[in-house]
Design a protein around this ligand. Structure first.
Ligand SMILES: Nc1nc2c(ncn2[C@@H]2O[C@H](COP(=O)(O)OP(=O)(O)OP(=O)(O)O)[C@@H](O)[C@H]2O)c(=O)[nH]1
Ligand SMILES: [Mg+2]
Length: 338
């Protein structure tokens, strides 16, 4: 059956994830055809918040979501998960199609680091088993590795870390660092049916708090482990303080400073846990309702759906004219949501 014209023109969404420095922003920029998402040096986390970048691939309009890596030194896992959860809830609630999720991994990485394991676990738990056929596992940086060594690492990923996902329909593909390669990778997802992720069902359909979702519970579990470590450290500082002699002033001062620092860490971890106890899907639904009534009063002719979705993410300065182009096209064929 032929798709109707307005169906062809409705924008869809693809989320890009991976550890810091994997090349998410670089990949998105290749698709945009210019550096709109800020790329960073290899070691420091660069992307600070989820960013929406509209791109056109053939006839398809795609809103790419460039995400920050988990285990970031500047942002907590809870903050990043909440941000991604809000965008996914808004996209699902608004009826925008999700075509898939991309995970980028540097083939040059010698070890599968702690950050990589954590990021991948959260990613897997967000998707859920039923969505894995819409997952694309991309290896990058093939120009930085001997091809046979790269192929060997690729085989290890396929047989070990990625075996479960591949077994449930995810594809593994190489990114060669240029636009044609990025376009052909994204096209793989665009030809599929749209998908609903486990996290979206949990948050929007079931109205769960974020910490009650599979991905949220994993983040909360990690926080529990960290809290236990800090509590052990505080207990040993207490013992040290008791055992120190009254006249050992310098040492007592140091112990007090360490104690204060650890207490602050404990408080921060507790705050992170509290921040996960939120019905993100329900909150987003209410926000959308408010935004819809506000927007239709002031801008009745602007395609409302994409404007509302865009309000849930950062929009880099260089993409305004790409959005304007989309709005002009959509405006002439009517907003698919209305
Ligand atoms: N030559 C080449 N350079 C790349 C490639 N992918 C990433 N880079 C460079 O590697 C650095 C890190 O890439 P980013 O795209 O900023 O990484 P990121 O995944 O967005 O990292 P965060 O935003 O910190 O999560 C940048 O300097 C990029 O220009 C690639 O495929 N080829
Ligand atoms: Mg980035």
């Amino acid at each position: 059956m032929m798709a109707r014209k307005d169906e062809q023109e409705s924008p869809s969404m693809i989320v890009v994830m991976g550890v810091t420095g994997a090349g998410k922003s670089y990949f998105v920029n290749q698709l945009a055809g210019k550096e709109v998402a800020q790329e960073g040096p290899d070691l420091d986390p660069c992307t600070q918040e989820c960013q929406g970048i509209p791109v056109t691939i053939g006839n398809s309009k795609v809103l790419l979501i460039d995400t920050p890596g988990f285990d970031d030194t500047n942002r907590t896992d809870s903050e990043i998960l909440t941000e991604i959860a809000r965008i996914l809830s808004a996209q699902y609630e608004l009826g925008v199609q999700l075509k898939g999720v991309i995970y980028i991994h540097r083939i040059t990485d010698v070890r599968y680091s702690r950050a990589a394991i954590k990021t991948f676990e959260i990613f897997k738990k967000m998707c859920g088993q039923d969505a894995l056929k819409n997952v694309l596992l991309i290896t990058s940086r093939w120009d930085g590795i001997d091809p046979s060594l790269g192929a060997e690492r690729e085989r290890q990923l396929k047989d070990k870390f990625w075996a479960y996902m591949v077994g449930h329909g995810s594809n593994i593909s190489r990114f060669h660092g240029d636009r044609p390669s990025a376009v052909s990778l994204v096209s793989q997802l665009l030809s599929r049916d749209d998908v609903v992720l486990q996290l979206q069902r949990e948050l929007v359909d079931e109205g769960k708090d974020l910490n009650a979702t599979v991905a949220g519970a994993y983040v909360e579990d990690n926080l529990d482990k960290l809290k236990q470590q800090v509590q052990d450290e505080l207990a040993s500082l207490e013992r040290l303080k008791r055992d120190l002699l009254e006249n050992d002033r310098a040492m007592r001062r140091q112990v007090r400073l360490d104690w204060e620092q650890e207490s602050a860490r404990l408080k921060a971890l507790q705050n992170q846990q509290v921040s996960l106890q939120r019905p993100v899907g329900t909150e987003v639904r209410q926000e959308i309702k408010q935004k819809r009534s506000g927007l239709s009063k002031v801008m009745p002719y602007v395609p409302v759906t994409i404007s509302i979705l865009a309000a849930f993410m950062g929009i880099p300065p260089g993409v305004t004219e790409m959005f304007t182009g989309w709005f002009a096209d959509l405006g002439s064929s009517g907003d698919p949501s209305s």
